[in-house]
Design a protein around this ligand. Structure first.
Ligand SMILES: [Zn+2]
Length: 286
């Protein structure tokens, strides 16, 4: 029986936004990518246009959205820390009025973790952690196949732990604290520290990044005991096997007291948040 269900996934990033339509099995039908406007009204118009375009004029069943910044997944009010116009935006209300269908929005790492369960390898594990290393460093924690949420609603920020570093002076993180892991190994940190993009790093420099990441994962492993850690985002996927080798060496050496989890690159690649957004549209916050 033919079904006309159309789900929309929106990966709303600080620089790029991707919209995709998917069928009831989550297969992507159409996908478009645009630069994210800094201005709020332009952004809203663009999102609506992108969603309409990928839906091909069909009635939309539900929309899922992955985004950054502090947000309230229940009310769907979002904030973008580094985009001043994008504060306290009632994205859920706006989109539900516009498209007359449910709109779900959550932290991009939580959403990518949902994508891992629906379309990747996440279904094989009860407890796992999805980590994105791109411009920043974020994580989604899955416990018993559900997103772990703190009772305050605050999203756990695993990138703002600190690790051993041989640096002589403190590095100030974008959050204002010193020597956060994010301020040492994320895309913006790499540009600041090495003066180049992650893809231009030498093997030795990747080794430095991998060592710091390994120390960070060591902390995460002993505190959360995940069965597996999936790595995604441009820096992690760019470093690839090279990065994984160093990370694995560090955690093998440093994690003695709990079972060593597998650390692997996400099988969903660069599309993890987008696929997750489709999964969120299909499943909602069940
Ligand atoms: Zn920080």
């Amino acid at each position: 029986m033919k079904s006309n269900r159309v789900y929309i996934g929106l990966d709303f990033g600080a620089t790029k936004t991707i919209a995709a339509s998917a069928d009831e099995n989550g297969n992507i039908i159409e996908k478009i990518r645009e630069n994210t406007p800094q201005k709020l009204d332009e952004g809203m118009e663009l999102f609506k246009r992108m969603i309409r375009e990928v839906s091909g004029g069909e009635k939309i069943t539900a929309i899922g959205c992955a985004t950054g910044g502090p947000l309230d997944w229940k009310t769907g009010i979002i904030n973008f820390l580094h985009m001043p116009e994008w504060r306290d935006v009632p994205l859920k209300d706006i989109m539900e009025k516009e498209f007359d269908c449910p709109f779900y929005v959550d932290n991009d790492c939580n959403v990518a973790a949902l994508g891992e369960i629906e379309f990747g390898e996440g279904l094989n594990y009860n407890d796992f952690i999805y980590i994105t290393i791109s411009t920043g460093f974020g994580a989604g924690i899955i416990k018993d196949q559900k997103i772990f949420r703190s009772s305050s609603g605050e999203h756990p920020e695993l990138g703002h732990q600190t690790v051993h570093t041989k640096k002589l002076s403190d590095v100030i993180c974008r959050c204002g604290a010193t020597n956060c892991l994010e301020s040492l190994i994320s895309g913006y940190a790499i540009e600041r520290h090495y003066g180049k993009h992650a893809e231009q790093l030498t093997d030795g420099e990747w080794n430095e990044i991998g060592t710091l990441l390994g120390e960070g994962l060591r902390n995460i492993i002993v505190m959360h005991t995940p069965e597996v850690i999936f790595l995604g985002g441009g820096v992690a996927l760019g470093g690839g096997e090279k990065l994984l080798r160093t990370v694995t060496e560090v955690i093998k050496k440093q994690v003695k007291i709990v079972k060593l989890p597998e650390v692997k690159l996400t099988p969903l690649g660069y599309e993890a948040p987008l696929k997750g957004a489709v999964a969120l549209a299909m499943k909602g916050f069940e």
